[in-house]
Design a protein around this ligand. Structure first.
Ligand code: LLP
Length: 419
């Protein structure tokens, strides 16, 4: 659910006509709805109200400071995967005791940084990482709180590039070795074992993989108890899908209905790491039509947003709904909607049926709030778009459009090249 809709043929973001945003800020432009973001957060909080839980927003989905501050204001924490994300999270006031840190390649500096800030826990992905964290904690004279990320070998039935919980993936520790790793961790001096973590993939549109994976983890928790290892946190990861096209993913309430009976009475705090299901449908990308071009066997609508602004179609062949900012009854055409970047893979949609467009028309790429801006780049030396947040009929710029000067910030020309 979101708050982007048509009123008298004009697309609105909540109560603001997006046309007015385009006039003020130009295109390409990311626009987010405050009401949608808070609604999604509340949906999770309400669904899991009966048990102690922390919602750690997977900030890789959208790491804009204003959005993170909004999450913090609503009691949310952060799931981070780098020192940069930790920096962003702390800067906007996300409490360290609500920060969990995953990722297969944490560097020494990143480990030191996270230890010094006393985050809730490291989600550890390998034996070597465990030892590294133990050593660094020892040098710093602190105890590192950790969970082991367990790979439960469950097929989330999603796109192979965003599935993570199978034996073949680089993530986590195989479930059959889990006990052995916990025993090893218990023996390490500077480690405190406080949790278990799993995350099986993203854009999951069924409840079953979540239930199956959780059941496997619960068996593990029981075996650990029998060995005297009592965990305080169970991090069930993220991954709940959203509607891009005609999927009908479960609502957090449905997920909770299936998971709560398994979790109640466990005496454990549940950590969740939703990203896409919080931010995905809370954002759109606005773009302007530059040209219409007839190819040999198809038409091309060339717009001013490219794969550098929204990478998902190129990278995953992902579908995003694309709608006109002003509804019309022009004839339907089937076209590829492509960007200005010099790559054949630079498209936002292929063989898409849309009402024909003219130079200057504006289009909205829907469901772009997660893994949109956060995956954008400056490829082709394109300044990255501005981002705007809409709330209660007002709009707020939350990231300025980059300038050409921004593109070269940090670059240096050695003296020997002068002349
Ligand atoms: N927790 C961990 C450990 C993760 O690796 C991820 C996502 C999440 C939570 C959040 O998953 P979500 O709730 O957003 O599904 N760039 C891809 C998605 C990559 C997801 C990576 N990990 C895309 O655009 O579809």
């Amino acid at each position: 659910m979101h708050y982007f809709r048509y009123l008298k043929g004009e697309l609105y973001a909540e109560d603001v006509p997006v046309r007015s945003l385009i006039e003020e800020y130009g295109t390409p432009l990311y626009v987010y709805s405050h009401k949608t973001l808070t609604r999604h957060l509340k949906a999770y909080n309400d669904a899991f109200m009966e048990i102690p839980h922390i919602i750690c927003f997977a900030m890789k989905a959208n790491s804009n400071s204003a959005i993170l501050r909004l999450i913090a204001n609503h009691g949310g924490g952060a799931d981070i995967v780098s020192g940069g994300e930790l920096y962003r999270a702390l800067r906007v006031g996300i409490p360290p005791e609500k920060i969990v840190y995953a990722g297969v390649g944490k560097t020494d500096d990143e480990i030191r940084y996270a230890l010094s800030k006393r985050i809730l826990m490291f989600n550890v992905e390998s034996e070597q990482e465990l030892e590294r964290i133990n050593d660094i904690a020892g040098q710093m004279n602190v105890i590192a709180p950790i969970a082991l990320r367990i790979n439960p070998d469950i097929d989330p039935e999603t796109h192979p590039y965003i599935s993570t919980g199978l034996r073949m993936h680089k993530f986590g520790i195989p479930i059959e070795n889990a006990l052995e790793y916990y025993r090893l961790a218990r023996g390490l001096e500077n480690i405190e074992l406080i949790g278990v973590h799993k995350h099986i993939g993203s854009q999951i549109t069924k409840v079953t993989p979540f239930v199956d994976a959780l059941q496997r983890i619960l068996v593990l928790i029981e075996s650990l108890k029998a060995e005297g290892i009592n965990l305080r946190y169970l991090d069930i990861g993220g991954g709940l899908g959203i509607q891009y096209k005609n999927e009908s993913p479960p609502h957090p309430k449905e997920l909770a209905q299936k998971l709560l009976p398994l979790l109640k009475g466990l005496d454990i705090t549940i950590v969740m790491e939703p990203g896409r299901s919080i931010a995905g449908n809370a954002g759109i990308l606005l773009t302007r039509v530059l040209y219409l071009k007839k190819g040999e066997d198809r038409e091309f609508v060339i717009v001013d947003a490219g794969m550098n602004d929204l990478m998902r179609p190129t990278l995953y062949d992902a579908y995003h709904h694309i709608v006109p900012v002003r509804k019309n009854r022009r004839k339907l055409i089937t076209a590829d909607i492509v960007g200005p970047v010099c790559e054949s893979g630079d498209f936002l949609a292929r063989e898409r049926e849309i009402n024909t467009v003219e130079h200057g028309d504006c289009l909205a790429v829907m469901s772009a709030g997660a893994y949109g801006f956060s995956m954008s780049s400056n490829y082709n030396s394109r300044p990255r778009p501005a981002e705007v947040l809409v709330k209660d009929g007002e709009h707020y710029i939350i990231r300025k459009r980059e300038t050409y000067r921004d593109l070269v910030r940090g670059e240096m020309i050695p003296d020997f090249l002068d002349k």
